[in-house]
Design a protein around this ligand. Structure first.
Ligand SMILES: [Zn+2]
Ligand SMILES: [Zn+2]
Length: 180
């Protein structure tokens, strides 16, 4: 029997249905195993406790914890993977900002949209890359040295634009071994 991995797409804050649809489409057939993607249309409101008023940014780790708790309320313990899409800026630890953060233990990752919207025509492509990248972490992949691979680390919009939208052959083979 072939395993199917369920992925919930959960908007947080202001995210439009077009953005959710674009992300859902981009994630189809990206992985070397079966996935079923469930887009949730209604956004969650981020809790005040995840907002850092001095930085005017949200704590990405707290956002993942919040989403994990909501999933437990909604689906019980046996939840699927969740990819959050947040319409506000996020940070983590010493980083000035993050495009996304994966919490492997929670099976939750979130991508942050405002910084991906620079020169808007590439926005949906970037959503797909960062969504694929964070799910790659959730499924157990580390960063990849191959600059064309979607798992290469990006800390600027130029780096996001320069990498490809797919896994390199090595990362693809690793993923295929994880869920075979
Ligand atoms: Zn990463
Ligand atoms: Zn790779």
């Amino acid at each position: 029997m072939l395993l199917t991995i369920r992925i919930l797409i959960q908007p947080v804050g202001y995210v439009s249905p077009d953005e959710i649809n674009a992300l859902t489409e981009k994630l189809k057939e990206k992985f070397p195993f079966n996935t079923k993607i469930f887009p949730v249309i209604w956004p969650l409101q981020p809790p005040y406790s995840s907002y850092n008023i001095k930085r005017m940014q949200y704590d990405a780790k707290k956002i993942n914890g919040f989403i994990a708790k909501k999933r437990a309320d909604f689906l019980g313990k046996k939840g699927s993977y969740v990819l959050g899409i947040a319409g506000f800026d996020g940070y983590y630890n010493g980083l000035r900002f993050v495009f996304g953060l994966a919490s492997v233990d929670l099976k939750v990752a979130t991508i942050y949209t405002p910084r991906l919207k620079e020169q808007k025509e590439k926005y949906y492509e970037r959503l797909g890359k960062e969504g694929t990248h964070e799910l790659g972490h959730l499924f157990g992949l580390p960063h990849c040295e191959n600059k064309h691979c979607v798992m290469s680390f990006s800390n600027s919009i130029a780096e996001v634009d320069n990498k490809g939208e797919d896994f390199c052959p090595e990362c693809n083979a690793k993923l295929a071994r994880i869920f075979h």
